[in-house]
Design a protein around this ligand. Structure first.
Ligand code: AMP
Length: 358
């Protein structure tokens, strides 16, 4: 197939969560169909997809089927096995962003090294394979570190603070002795994120900086544009550009940042996909992050990223979603529900966006 893809083409998506669901809705708006491959039969994206493949990510037959249905294949989940993307590419499928973006984002040590090399500063860090490494890290990084498993952590899982040498052995055991990274504490005054896109032609578009608040390691709220961020925005944009260009990236990427006490911006991590800190764009921008991602992978021109209004987004986590009737009655609330049947604690069930008038 050639790019740009014409309407009527099919976009394959690995993963079936709410991000896939919102990507599918955006794709439909542009006249595309989506094919979802996910191991979870009840996933939210399956309910809005033209083609559904329920299978493990590394099932060869399922991947061949996805490749045959799809004109381009992308991801909504960063822990899709890199092997699945490589198998698709070996079968001749067009995959965007590249499998390398997944590989880098899946390993915190590789990711932090990559960010630094690309020109995005991070906190100091140290690889940890054993307790001796951790003690060395504590000595090098100032006596207190955040220990994170290199792989598989999300929403604050797989990390533990290490308060000193005396805690080193127990801390390493708390992470089950897994291969980890020790990070210096980021002395941050707030957390920020930037959603950026790179097209097939290399063009880059960036949404305004977003301020984010987490609770128990889970994103709770965002405000966009981040207050008093005019001076920071060009630096955040430059960091995102470095990352996108270094990866030869095609699609939308979310870059999480810390603003430190002395006004420095540090990169924490990036997600090679649309991101929860960009959900507000669906209500406040002419082209939102989901459409932007579809445009990028389909080889369409990127759309405008200027917000039409400032926006606040609040995640509906677990039982929060029980308030749906009240939210529906609030004319200022734009309600998004993901169609998950069980409101387990800590599970993202939906979100609400409110636009500030004036
Ligand atoms: P992460 O899993 O890397 O996104 O980290 C989850 C949360 O932990 C971040 O949103 C921060 O609130 C906090 N955090 C992560 N890394 C650091 C760090 N080096 N120093 C202080 N807080 C951190």
């Amino acid at each position: 197939v050639g790019f740009p893809l014409a309407p009527g083409a099919t976009i394959g998506i690995l993963g079936g969560g709410q991000l896939g669901r919102m990507l599918a809705l955006a794709a439909a708006r542009l006249g595309f169909d989506v094919a979802i491959l996910t191991p979870e039969p009840d996933d939210p994206a399956l309910r809005v997809a033209a083609h559904r493949i329920v299978s493990p990510y590394e099932d060869h037959e399922a991947l061949v089927k996805l490749a045959e249905l799809s004109d381009v294949i992308t991801y909504e989940f960063e822990n899709v096995p890199v092997l699945a993307a490589e198998m698709l590419i070996a079968h001749g499928a067009a995959v965007a962003p590249k499998a390398e973006a997944l590989a880098v984002a899946q390993d915190r040590l590789v990711e932090k090294s990559f960010l630094n090399a690309a020109g995005a500063a991070t906190v100091g860090f140290h690889p940890v394979h054993d307790v001796a490494d951790l003690k060395q890290a504590l000595a090098d990084l100032g006596g207190r570190v955040l220990l994170k498993t290199r792989r598989g952590g999300y929403d604050g899982k797989g990390q533990t603070w290490v308060e000193g040498i005396d805690d080193a052995e127990a801390a390493f055991a708390r992470l089950d002795g897994r291969s980890s990274i020790a990070e210096a504490p980021a002395d941050f005054v707030r957390e920020l994120a930037v959603i950026a896109a790179r097209g097939r032609d290399g063009a880059i578009a960036c949404y305004p900086l977003t301020q984010s608040w987490h609770q128990d390691g889970i994103l709770r709220r965002t405000v966009s544009p981040a207050p008093d961020s005019d001076g920071l925005a060009p630096r955040a944009r430059a960091m995102a550009e470095h990352v996108l260009n270094a990866l030869g990236y095609v699609g939308v990427l979310g870059l999480e940042l810390f603003e430190t006490r002395d006004g420095t911006l540090l990169a924490n991590e990036f997600a090679p996909r649309v991101h929860n800190t960009g959900h507000w764009t669906a209500d406040a921008c002419a082209v939102d992050q989901f459409e932007q991602h579809i445009r990028a992978v389909a080889g369409w021109p990127l759309g405008p990223t200027e917000p039409l209004a400032p926006a606040e987004m609040i995640n509906l986590i677990g039982a929060d979603v029980d308030a749906w009737a009240d939210l529906a009655a609030d004319p200022a609330a734009r309600v998004w529900l993901y169609g998950k049947d069980e409101a387990r604690a800590g599970r993202k069930m939906g979100h609400v966006t409110r636009l500030s008038v004036g």
